[in-house]
Design a protein around this ligand. Structure first.
Ligand code: 13P
Ligand code: SF4
Length: 302
């Protein structure tokens, strides 16, 4: 273990802190992380921890969600500027307009959204439980935001639900096209193509498996297949290469990097713990409203 990682671990103990890290983070963060996983797993961990401090190695909406779930704990985001471009694609006014155009329809929001947006939606979801959440509503139509692709992927899996989507997307997954999948099939004919549902419809349709970041990692590690092409952010490939050295993993195209996810370093985590920065706060009334949206999701996902 590096000296810096050892220092972080000592500080963590002294301050009764826990470190949560998303799978897209730089793999070096795993050395100090208590929990590494996808958005659903991390929000479950944030809701259940006994720690006094939660350090979130992730992006703003993740730390904000942790604060909403554990309002009495100190939640720190090591790089306060680490936002999510998709979450920023819809604000409260845009949400209200979307709802006004489609009145009387239940609203599902992806966890990649702000607390303000969550506070006026019926239920939240992540990429690993979106299907289950939409099904649980037992409604013929649902509104889904901000990610149009996750929403339409859910619709394609359910015969009886019309999913009306907002037009948001993740700029990183949006860069993957059908031609990239076709090229990968040609270049790696024995490989399975594993894809995140934030990808375009034509990309998920051409893939062998579609799932969350941890869904992809679980599929790859349990599969008897040896070669894989991965269509999501590079962090997943880095972890797979480290965890399954006997298998081959190729990122579907170059530069699939989320700058916000990649900006956090071990130094930032050390400084965050040492100086207890940057503390994330959420207005009490807003937090309570957003909590019911997240709690409903956690209840359905038990
Ligand atoms: P997961 O739900 O797979 O963690 O993906 C969330 C995400 O968008 C991270 O960018
Ligand atoms: Fe947001 Fe996309 Fe980055 Fe995930 S990868 S945090 S959805 S911008």
């Amino acid at each position: 273990m590096s000296e810096l990682a050892a220092k972080i671990n000592r500080l963590k103990k002294e301050k009764n802190a826990v470190i949560l890290a998303h799978c897209y983070q730089n793999a070096e963060i795993d050395e100090v992380a208590d929990f590494v996983g996808d958005s659903l797993y991390l929000s479950q961990m944030a809701a259940n921890t006994d720690a006094d401090i939660i350090v979130f190695a992730g992006v703003y909406f993740m730390a904000q969600t942790a604060k909403i779930l554990s309002p009495d704990k100190k939640v720190l985001l090591p790089r306060v500027e680490a936002g999510c471009a998709m979450a920023d694609m819809i604000n409260l006014e845009q949400l209200r307009n979307f709802k006004a155009k489609n009145p009387g329809i239940p609203v599902v929001c992806y966890i990649n959204s702000t607390a303000e947006v969550k506070s006026e939606c019926d239920i939240c979801c992540t990429s690993s439980n979106a299907l289950k959440i939409v099904e649980s509503l037992k409604a013929p139509k649902v509104l889904f935001l901000p990610d149009q692709y996750l929403g339409k992927w859910v619709e394609s899996k359910l015969d009886v639900v019309e999913v009306i989507t907002y037009n948001g997307y993740c700029p990183i997954h949006h860069r993957i096209f059908a031609e990239d999948v076709q090229k990968a099939r040609k270049d790696y004919p024995d490989a399975k193509i594993l894809t995140h549902p934030e990808c375009r419809k034509e990309v998920t349709e051409l893939s062998d498996y579609v799932g969350s970041t941890t869904g992809i990692m679980k599929y790859a590690s349990e599969s008897s297949t040896k070669n894989f092409v991965i269509a999501t952010e590079k962090g997943v490939v880095d972890r797979l290469r480290r965890d399954c050295p006997e298998k081959n993993f190729v990122l579907i195209k170059e530069n699939l990097l989320c700058d916000s996810m990649k900006c956090t370093t071990l130094d930032d985590i050390y400084n965050a713990l040492l100086n207890e920065k940057y503390e994330i706060t959420v207005d009490k009334e807003l937090s309570e409203k957003a909590l019911s949206c997240i709690d409903r999701m956690l209840e359905v996902s038990k």
